[in-house]
Unconditional design. Structure first.
Length: 226
């Protein structure tokens, strides 16, 4: 009787041990199935595809908006305008000079581009009708003639530069220091124009940037992985 009882106990003990061993295996199998199911992405609807393209196109705005020039303008504007209190013609002239320099940088930087040389270094240049004029004239800054054709100046570059300039003008119109410097007592109609026109210009230029993105990665703009 004792032998039979011990055999039954051993049998139950082995069954319990096997159940414990199989539990992590089953859990691992379930995890693998869950990962496989997650890896299989469901087909996207046309609306989702259109939404994805819209958001992807919006990312190109960072490549075209004059962020560096706007930052320099916002830092220097209070000092040049004396917090909007331009007491003399000299203050207005220096403020106008600041606006001209920032606007010129917005326009000209749209014609710059970059590439990686054989050593992986980033080289900058200016786009021309023949290719890319490399600013860094060192020995390693060489680009093949076939590849240089991809950097040629195109008509769309002028539209990008003009749109970038308009966006900067819209930002300037929102700056109270500049407005008070050149127009200390604007009328109600002028105030409405200073609000409505920059918003309209910003929206139109943003739509243009999304519809016609740039492939350039010039000075002051984000670089590509390649």
């Amino acid at each position: 009787m004792d032998t039979i009882a011990n055999a039954e106990i051993n049998k139950e003990y082995r069954a319990a041990i096997e159940e414990i061993i199989q539990q992590p295996l089953l859990a691992g199998k379930n995890n693998v199935e869950a990962v496989s199911a997650a890896a299989e992405k469901p087909a996207k609807t046309p609306a989702q595809k259109a939404m994805r393209k819209t958001f992807k196109g919006t990312a190109h705005l960072a490549n075209l908006l004059p962020t560096g020039s706007v930052l320099a303008f916002q830092i220097l504007s209070p000092a040049f305008t004396h917090q909007g209190q331009c007491r003399s013609r000299v203050s207005q002239a220096t403020t106008f000079g600041l606006l001209a320099c920032c606007a010129a940088s917005c326009f000209l930087l749209c014609f710059t581009d970059s590439f990686r040389d054989a050593r992986g270094k980033v080289r900058y240049g200016v786009a021309t009708f023949r290719g890319l004029w490399i600013v860094d004239g060192s020995a390693g800054a060489v680009i093949a003639a076939e590849e240089a054709e991809n950097y040629r100046l195109m008509v769309i570059d002028f539209f990008h530069a003009l749109a970038s300039l308009l966006v900067f003008a819209a930002v300037v119109a929102f700056d109270e220091n500049v407005v008070r410097c050149f127009c200390p007592a604007p009328s109600e109609e002028v105030k409405e124009l200073l609000v409505a026109v920059p918003v309209g210009v910003g929206v139109l230029c943003s739509l243009f940037f999304v519809a016609f993105p740039t492939r350039r990665h010039g000075i002051g703009f984000p670089l590509s992985r390649n």
